[in-house]
Design a protein around this ligand. Structure first.
Ligand code: NAP
Length: 322
């Protein structure tokens, strides 16, 4: 099968398309023929080993797993002997963690994989799980959201677009902060109020929030703590300079009346099923910025690394339109 390989850490140019052996499902696995996958910030971080610590998982000197790609949507091509939840021909979507930048992947039937939401294309379904998983991890750190005011900074990214929709689902009053060109988009995702960060500085307008969620790693607790209400929480997606977010999380548990927390992605089948339900009830949709064929993974990766994508970048393995 065709797959995108990287056998060393480095810039996007370490990626290359190669023919590799097609995986065969174990007894408890399904073989998925991938129609679409994505390039996201985690793929880029693992490839470049942006945080050295990731090498303790992915391989100290060289990547142990040579095929990146977390999210996928496709069709079940074969099932292992003990699989009962999926059948050949089922359309599925989910998140694997690695291996999805390829034509086929094997996943355990208990993995974060579910039947594709009705009426959703493979390309859209591929772009659902990763941003939403981190958004869910962060929102859960903030506690119950019903009736509370949340400000989402970086609301137009993959995590941000997911967070706006999920915070709305959890009953929060959502203020979304983004660039002028994305104001309409975040409004359409359900934001109650929007702030254009090129025109207004939310830390200076006198408004206060129960939760401030920096969904793009561009703000800080120090700069926005006055906009947090007493008992409020600042939630971050990034560890920050010298990993100070973790230190602040520990410190603010003991000192002061405003907390800092950091979301760590956890992929579960339950969350994939929750997202499927929200999509089918019209409460959630995937935002896609650009689509590239798998062969153009390098271009796609370079674009993701501009940190300016809106929502998600899809890699099409089999075109929905073919
Ligand atoms: N903790 C984890 O496990 C984990 C895993 C993956 C990713 N992450 C982190 O999660 C964060 C979000 O990832 P993502 O994939 O959602 O990011 P992304 O899609 O690359 O974010 C792009 C968006 O960020 C916005 N943006 C860029 N510069 C900005 C600025 N200075 N102020 C406000 N918005 C700005 C842009 O919106 P506008 O055009 O509107 O400016 C763009 O739409 C990143 O910081 C990433 O490092 C964490």
């Amino acid at each position: 099968m065709k797959a995108v390989i990287h056998d060393r850490y480095g810039p996007p140019e370490v990626l290359r398309l190669e023919d590799v052996e097609r995986p065969a499902p174990a007894d408890d696995e399904v073989l998925v023929r991938i129609h679409a996958t994505t390039v996201n910030r985690t793929d880029c971080g693992l490839r470049s080993a942006e945080y050295f610590v990731s090498r303790f998982v992915t391989g100290l000197r060289r990547p142990k797993r040579k095929i990146l790609g977390m999210e996928l949507a496709g069709e079940v091509e074969a099932v292992g002997a003990t699989v009962s939840g999926f059948e050949v021909g089922d359309e599925v979507f989910g998140v694997k963690g690695f291996g999805a930048h390829a034509e086929y992947v094997c996943m355990s039937e208990t993995a974060p994989l579910a039947h594709k939401p009705t009426g959703m294309s493979f390309e859209e379904a591929a772009a659902v799980c990763d941003g939403a998983a981190l958004a869910l991890a962060c929102l859960r750190k903030a506690g119950a959201l019903k009736g509370r005011r949340i400000l989402i900074y970086g609301a137009s990214g993959s995590v941000g677009t997911a967070a706006v929709q999920l915070a709305r689902h959890f009953g929060a009053d959502v203020t979304a902060v983004c660039n002028t060109k994305n104001l309409e988009l975040v409004r359409s995702l359900g934001a109650d109020s929007v702030i254009d960060y090129t025109q207004d500085d939310f830390t200076k307008n006198g408004e206060t929030y129960d939760v401030i969620f920096d969904a793009v790693g561009k703000h800080s607790f120090r700069r926005c703590r006055r906009s947090l209400r007493s008992g409020g929480t600042y939630v971050a997606t990034d560890p920050g300079l010298m990993w100070h977010t973790f230190a602040l999380a520990v410190l603010t548990r003991r000192i002061g009346d405003k907390r800092v927390a950091m979301g760590i992605t956890k992929y579960t089948k339950e969350d994939v099923l929750l997202l499927k339900e929200l999509i089918e009830t019209g409460e959630y949709r995937a935002v896609i910025d650009r689509r590239y064929p798998l062969d153009d993974v390098l271009e796609a990766t370079r674009y993701v690394e501009t940190q300016q994508k809106t929502g998600n970048v899809v890699l099409t393995v089999i075109s929905d339109r073919s």
